[in-house]
Ligand binder design. Structure first.
Ligand code: DQA
Length: 144
């Protein structure tokens, strides 16, 4: 299974950015953890991070016919972007939305996710573990 992992704006700042909310580990730490988790499960992960909405849309489109599953943390674009869920629906790749923090327990504007309607599930508030749970959900979904 080819898995694409997309992280949106400011997630390249993990480790520095609001560590009380997002933790002290870096994006590289997350990639290492996911690589390790995928090993032995027959999963080939690919990673993409961007601070630009259009680049995220482009990357989702490029995954058409190439990636089997998508884990996406659209970060702030979760709450503003219609183009990202449109792209996910356009390519038809099963996707799980992940958030490090519990978006439902923070500011009111974080409670709305446009992305969620294009995803089979949303996992929030489980930090890095949420990505592993998303992978498990996608494995189960693809086994049908
Ligand atoms: C986030 C939650 C978003 O509201 C925020 O804008 C982020 C990160 C999370 O992983 O908890 O940048 O997606």
């Amino acid at each position: 299974m080819k898995l694409l992992v997309i992280n949106g704006p400011n997630l390249n700042m993990l480790g520095i950015r609001e560590p009380d909310i997002y933790g002290k580990n870096t994006l590289a730490d997350l990639y290492e953890l996911i690589e390790e988790y995928c090993k032995g499960r027959g999963i080939e992960p690919e990673f993409f991070q961007s601070n630009h909405e259009g680049d995220i849309v482009d990357r989702i489109q490029q995954a058409y016919g190439k990636s089997d599953a998508l884990v996406i943390n659209p970060a702030a674009y979760t709450h503003t972007s219609v183009a990202i869920p449109d792209a996910i629906k356009a390519v038809g790749i099963p996707a799980v939305e992940v958030h490090l923090s519990d978006i439902n327990a923070r500011e009111a504007y974080r409670r709305l996710s446009y992305t969620s309607e294009a995803c089979i599930a949303t996992i929030a508030g489980k930090h890095f573990q949420g990505y592993m749970e998303a992978i498990d959900l996608l494995i189960g979904h693809l086994k049908g």
